[in-house]
Design a protein. Structure first.
Length: 379
């Protein structure tokens, strides 16, 4: 089969790879019909995620058709169209039982923090991902959901990560009616977090980024304010001023480890790798939220340390909430929002690219060319 293949930083290519096989009675093999490139795939592509091995296939956002099932799989049958959450979860461990499907204790033997994730390095279990014609799906009775008849498959593929992650970012913010919510990052996750903030009753939503076309996009798509931090002298001061010197009620970090905007963070976090990426957006979030406010983090950071102003967190009494989205827990609610027209996931798709052109697709997305927001690969 054809699959995206990692060759080292900034180098991916399409290659022939052995067909995945059933390795466990609870596995399924899925023929991929759509798969996306995620902003977090760029952290892998840029070589910033530890233990990203040459030869692995990325891709944790995909849908497809069940091709084969293991002998113990009961909830799926061959021919079902399924959407597959990016987290791999056993459904039985103490964390899955609490709905913490992103923190499954059984699906990632390499770590005690995050659970297994498709195509996200050996720190997340070493599973091959869905930027391929076929993919092996472990615990097939737990994660995959048969796509409802009335759900557009372009919407379905975005329900595997982007929508739940953006939505959970807003949910973790514990937004109260009328709250001012600031979202750092106007990538797909930030866009979806801004859109979701309204669903929780926000009174004002502000997005901060430095890529002009994305700021323009989010203004239209999420009906929010959007500002370029490069044209603001001091982003924290700006947020304080615009909130009557109180600070935002909720700040969301939808950027993670590759944030721009602070030379010291960029050099220590992205160039010298002395910390787990640049924590500029998180810095700004902590310093611009009000006393007693909430900082919600969904941006991806590596497992090592980051330089963040923890003293300000204590002295301001900030609540920090963070996690990988529990996709399975959120799906029923999100499908309701899509059905009612309150969320329009496919509205962020800007590019459709044949899987064969995956290398170009990574380059375009990484270099922020061609007004790219979200790319769907078609095998
Ligand atoms: Zn993703
Ligand atoms: Zn589990």
């Amino acid at each position: 089969m054809l699959a995206m293949n990692y060759r080292g930083p900034f180098r991916v290519r399409i290659q022939q790879k052995a067909m995945p096989e059933i390795q466990h009675p609870q596995d399924a093999i899925v023929r991929v019909t759509r798969s996306c490139i995620c902003g977090s795939d760029l952290h892998l592509y840029h070589g910033l995620v530890p233990d990203t091995r040459v030869g692995t296939t990325f891709g944790h956002e995909f849908i497809g058709v069940v091709e084969e099932i293991g002998t113990e799989v009961q909830n799926l049958k061959v021919g079902d169209s399924v959407l597959v959450p990016f987290n791999i979860a056993c459904g039985k461990c103490v964390f899955c039982q609490q709905g913490l499907y992103g923190n499954c204790h059984e699906s990632n033997p390499q770590a005690t923090a995050v659970g297994g994730i498709f195509g996200y390095s050996h720190t997340a279990g070493g599973f091959d991902g869905g930027q391929a014609q076929y993919v092996r799906v472990p615990f097939a009775d737990v994660g995959p959901m048969v796509i409802p008849e009335d759900l557009d498959h372009d919407d379905a593929v975005l329900l595997t990560d982007v929508v739940p992650t953006g939505y959970q970012a807003a949910e973790m913010g514990a937004i109260k009616p009328g709250d001012t919510v600031v979202v750092f990052g106007a990538g797909p996750i930030g866009i979806m977090a801004a859109k979701s903030a309204w669903l929780f009753g926000a009174g004002r939503v502000i997005v901060i980024d430095h890529i002009e076309y994305r700021l323009e996009f989010v203004k239209q798509y999420a009906q929010c304010e959007a500002y370029n931090f490069r044209s603001l002298e001091d982003v924290v001061l700006f947020i304080k001023k615009t909130t009557g010197y109180i600070g935002a009620d909720v700040c969301i970090d939808a950027v993670g480890c590759e944030a721009a905007g602070n030379a010291m963070q960029t050099i220590t976090g992205r160039k010298l790798l002395l910390q787990a990426g640049s924590a500029t957006a998180l810095h700004w979030a902590i310093n611009s939220v009000k006393k007693g406010g909430v900082v919600s983090i969904v941006g991806v950071y590596g497992p090592t340390d980051n330089l963040v102003p923890i003293g300000n967190v204590v002295n301001k009494g900030i609540t920090i909430r963070a996690n990988q989205a529990s996709v399975k827990r959120l799906l029923p609610r999100l499908i309701e929002h899509v059905r009612e027209g309150r969320l329009n996931p496919k509205g962020i798709i800007t590019h459709r690219v044949p899987l064969e052109e995956v290398a170009d697709a990574y380059h375009i997305f990484s270099a922020k060319l061609d007004n790219c927001i979200k790319t769907v690969l078609i095998p």
